[in-house]
Design a binder for this molecule. Structure first.
Ligand SMILES: [Zn+2]
Length: 497
């Protein structure tokens, strides 16, 4: 008898509406067959909606706040004392030589699926806690192809390599296989979330799914295998860049930022992610345990200038809102024409506008995390209250979180080649992701963190305590009717009923 297996295919940066349109147009015949027995829905990712941070829910069942990985760049306020070279380990960017530090930075008590399922392997994973080199065979190619993709904008070879490893893994004794397909994200940044190159890369993933299912069928394992197609974030076209570190400098604030973090006596550190959100640390060279509340950040002397920097920041067209601690255990949110408080007591999260409606929720709202998801998954800022409170769980999070409005990002100077589309914000186009499954899905949207719990349930592995998944989805195989499956469909434009 076959072992119960699970294949998690992560198409980085794939928007659900783009995927759904391609499916409806008959361009993804193999995924159409797969989801005919299973289903398609949308899952809400985590904030910041960016690669590596947004892999955490799938692979650990925990949110970035719980993992203490609040972003792809951060600074440890408790230990960084301003000696930028000697203390460079207290400042992080996973976009460069520190990428390998991610595993060790995740909160020590968080377990990855690779630890929980010893018969597991990964292809192009950025999170590899628990993996031995033989279970992470593409590690070397990841660096080589990553550079190729970055500098020559050639992303398809990366996906083709992932496919090769994935299909090889079928005949190996792995129970869980994770494969990342980065081409969609790469081509999206270059152009548009629905560009021809994006759709071509997606059709190639569909062909891979066809071959995967064919091989599993030959082995008599198709019914016992859960295949999931997911994404870590969406994307949207960028029409204007606001270089946020430069903006602080133009307001007279001495600012440290990546990639050159050296700055004499900085009054702010600005860490951009994805590139549509950022964290700001006031007076980064001064060690302190606590974050400063929003009220203190408004004082001109906090940033060493003569005006309220926050007031100027929220009036920028690129800024949807900023968030910081309110000094009373909650989170304060400020936009150009509104201010509100978010508080959570562990069960119920409350949104109380003080002025206007900065989170565009239509007024005050209170509910459990499950109720928040149901009420807001299709709002301008899906799941916003849960996500913002989660950010401030991590002690590495900055004093201030800055969230971009759709169409804008926060990085220009050092982004070569220019990003024409981006992600990282809390807007719907970045937060909604496709969740497609070979097994039936529950009605209604889920958070990506539920995928972790669902996979463990399928693999009959006990869920660890203290994770952020609620166990809303327990996938069960639907009996496959004879004759349902013949051979992989690699025709690109076959029609689906
Ligand atoms: Zn990206």
């Amino acid at each position: 008898m076959t072992a119960t297996r699970c294949f998690l295919l992560l198409v980085d940066g794939l928007r659900p509406d783009v995927a759904e349109r391609a499916l409806a147009a008959g361009e993804l015949p193999n995924l159409a067959r797969m989801t005919a027995d299973g289903g398609t829905t949308r899952a809400i990712t985590v904030f910041p909606s960016t690669t590596s941070v947004a892999y955490l829910p799938f692979l650990t069942g925990c949110t970035p706040g719980r993992c203490n990985i609040p972003s792809i760049r951060w600074l440890d306020r408790r230990t960084y004392g301003g000696r930028w070279w000697a203390e460079r380990e207290q400042v992080r960017s996973y976009c460069g030589y520190q990428a390998g530090r991610l595993d060790g930075d995740i909160a020590p008590d968080v377990q990855s699926i690779f630890q929980l399922v010893p018969e597991s392997m990964a292809i192009f994973t950025m999170i590899s806690r628990g993996l031995t080199p033989d279970r992470d065979p593409s590690q070397r190619e990841r660096w080589i192809l990553g550079a190729l993709a970055h500098y020559v904008q050639w992303h398809q070879p990366y996906d083709d390599t992932a496919s090769r490893y994935l299909l090889r893994a079928v005949d190996e004794p792995w129970r869980f296989v994770f494969a990342q397909f980065p081409a969609v994200d790469g081509y999206t940044h270059q152009s548009h979330p629905e560009a021809p190159k994006v759709l071509r890369a997606l059709r190639r993933v569909d062909e891979t799914v066809g071959r995967l299912r064919a091989r599993l069928a030959e082995r008599g394992e198709l019914d016992d295998t859960l295949i999931l197609l997911v994404s870590d974030h969406g994307a949207a076209p960028i029409t204007a860049h606001l270089d946020l570190p430069e903006w602080f400098r133009s307001h007279g604030v001495t600012t440290m930022s990546h990639p050159v973090i050296w700055e004499r006596k900085p009054m702010a550190a600005v860490m951009v992610a994805g590139n549509c959100s950022a964290m700001v640390y006031a007076q980064p060279g001064v060690r302190r345990r606590e974050r400063w509340p929003l009220e203190r950040l408004r004082r001109p002397e906090t940033f060493g200038v003569a005006h309220d920097v926050l007031d100027a920041l929220v009036r920028e067209p690129s800024v949807a809102f900023v968030a910081g601690e309110d000094g009373a255990g909650g989170v304060a949110v400020v936009s150009a024409d509104g201010e509100a408080r978010l508080t959570g007591d562990g069960e119920v999260i409350r949104y109380a506008p003080v002025r206007g409606d900065p989170l565009e929720l239509g007024g005050a709202f209170a509910g459990t995390p499950v109720e928040w998801l149901a009420a807001t998954w299709d709002r301008p800022f899906p799941d916003v209250a849960v996500q913002l409170l989660d950010q401030f769980r991590a002690h590495r999070t900055g004093d201030l979180v800055v969230v971009a409005r759709e169409g804008y990002d926060f990085r220009e100077r050092f982004e070569v080649p220019e990003h024409r589309s981006g992600h990282g914000s809390l807007v719907r186009s970045h937060m909604q992701t496709p969740l497609w499954s070979s097994a039936p899905l529950p009605g209604g949207p889920l958070r990506t963190v539920e995928v972790f719990a669902a996979m463990l349930a399928w693999l009959r592995v006990e869920r660890p305590e203290g994770i952020d998944a609620e166990g809303l989805w327990q996938p069960v195989a639907k009996p496959v009717r004879p004759g349902d499956f013949s051979s992989p469909d690699t025709r690109v434009r076959s029609s689906v009923g």
